[in-house]
Design a protein around this ligand. Structure first.
Ligand SMILES: [Mn+2]
Length: 473
């Protein structure tokens, strides 16, 4: 086979050892190549044989024997039978081969092919055991292949959930490019390859407990992880849509937990959707856990006073993806002074006022470039010392990443973190009391064909899953 592939790649253009008339016929005859055996007439056609014949005659390929004692130009034993090449003949001679002779040769060749071809043993016709488990492309699409159920149906509340993944297809709170309503399904597509198999870099070092976590191997942990699908959110009225999300996530919290891990409530990872959706998750978290420390990975502050961003002409237009943290602070959901912006770099609108207002909303700031000066260790140490035991919600706006890493988002800002840098910081949050999180602002219409932004979001959710699981192992 080596010689045959060699032949293909060279395209008959390199003269190795030209065939000379009178040379032993066995130099070009050998048993069928493996490729011929596997694919039969698909690759071993009359035309290909004629082509090979010409190449040899014109001295464009070698007929030198290789180490295995076979011709470099591997042929099968039926060479003569098919085309009556007792001796080398010109193509004119070939054409004169009788129809009967050709038919007989072909039948003989086919008989040989049937004995050569690879065999396969199929399961019994009624055996479906390999049809309902695993596989990248089989079944309905869920995140990482997790099981799904009707999580919002009260008849299902006695079905346990420890960690819920839920989509929030909503993008009518965006100020620039829309499209994030398509984020949840795109991120699930990006998660097709997540499966059993420990990630060797999870957890930033051999002493991390994260190193042992594999969310997709149910044998490696006791969590019941469910993909609840997407919440039906109307695209016609933001107020009603956000209320739908709130009620859906509230329903998830009504599920029992499995009892196999030490958590009081199901924990929720929300897939956005534009960043407005986080307000509903924070409202729910506050109702269950009290004031929350938000780790807000984003290039923008998102604490803008609605009078600055949105115009303030109506309540409806005031709540959007750049003001939701203002409302979270105003409603008392946030633990003042224990919240962080991470990766910040976008311009303010009214710089002095925006910064003052942001501090009043309770936030500390670590900019994108602070990573260069402080490094991961100092950043994470500052976060952990500040947050302490406070319940933590991790909200990741995909625009915290540099546009080269995540172009598929609504409001790109140059100079962001790479995927590796973000994952390194996220994994370093191991040890915090994380009660939930989200990934938002993935806008697939602006993504590349290779789904690079969705893939980044997939990895972030993977990291969040690890952080939730590691607390109970
Ligand atoms: Mn944001």
């Amino acid at each position: 086979m080596r010689g045959f592939l060699h032949f293909i790649f060279l395209g008959c253009t390199v003269a190795l050892s030209p065939y000379k008339y009178g040379q032993d016929i066995m130099n070009i005859e050998a048993s069928a190549s493996l490729l011929d055996q596997l694919y039969g007439e698909l690759v071993d056609s009359k035309e290909s044989r004629e082509h090979k014949f010409n190449c040899i005659n014109e001295g464009k390929v070698s007929t030198t024997k290789n180490n295995a004692g076979k011709s470099d130009f591997v042929e099968d034993v039926n060479y003569n039978e098919r085309f009556a090449f007792g001796t080398f003949q010109t193509m004119n001679d070939l054409i004169r081969i009788s129809e009967t002779q050709q038919r007989t040769s072909r039948m003989n060749a086919h008989e040989k092919y049937l004995t050569h071809r690879s065999s396969i043993k199929f399961p019994e016709n009624d055996d479906t055991s390999d049809l309902f488990t695993g596989g990248i492309f089989g079944g309905l699409l869920t995140f990482g292949g997790f099981k799904t159920m009707q999580c919002f149906n009260s008849n299902m509340f006695d079905h346990p959930i420890d960690i819920a993944i839920v989509g929030a297809p909503f993008d009518t709170g965006t100020s620039y490019r829309p499209g994030a309503r398509f984020g949840p399904e795109a991120i699930r597509l990006g998660a097709r390859r997540l499966h059993e198999g420990v990630t060797p870099v999870r957890g930033n070092g051999p002493n991390s407990k994260l190193r042992k976590v594999n969310p997709y191997d149910s044998k490696s942990h006791n969590f019941t992880i469910i993909d609840c699908g997407d919440v039906p959110m109307t695209p016609f009225d933001n107020r009603f849509a956000l209320n739908q999300l709130y009620r859906a996530e509230r329903a998830i919290h009504k599920h029992s937990t499995s009892g196999k891990v030490d958590i009081p409530l199901p924990k929720i990872i929300t897939i956005g959707g534009d960043h407005t959706i986080t307000l509903m998750a924070l409202r729910l978290a506050y109702e269950k856990y009290g004031r929350i420390a938000v780790l807000h990975f984003d290039s923008h502050i998102d604490t803008w006073n609605p009078k600055i961003l949105g115009g303030g002409y109506s309540d409806y237009m005031s709540l959007n993806h750049g003001t939701f943290l203002h409302y979270a602070a105003e409603n008392g959901y946030l633990e003042p002074g224990k919240c962080f912006h991470l990766g910040l770099r976008a311009p303010y609108i009214l710089a002095t006022y925006d910064q003052k207002h942001d501090r009043e909303c309770g936030f500390n700031t670590i900019t994108a470039r602070d990573l260069d000066d402080m490094g991961k260790e100092k950043i994470v140490t500052q976060i952990k010392e500040t947050v302490g035991e406070t319940p933590v919600y991790v909200s990741v706006d995909i625009d915290v990443l540099d546009p080269s890493t995540a172009p598929g988002t609504g409001t790109m800002e140059i100079g962001g973190w790479t995927g590796r840098e973000l994952l390194t910081i996220l994994d370093a949050l191991e040890g915090l009391n994380i009660i939930g999180g989200d990934v938002v602002e993935v806008s697939p219409p602006y993504d590349t064909n290779s789904e690079v932004t969705s893939l980044a979001a997939t990895a972030i959710i993977d990291s969040l899953l690890g952080l939730l699981i590691v607390q109970s192992i």
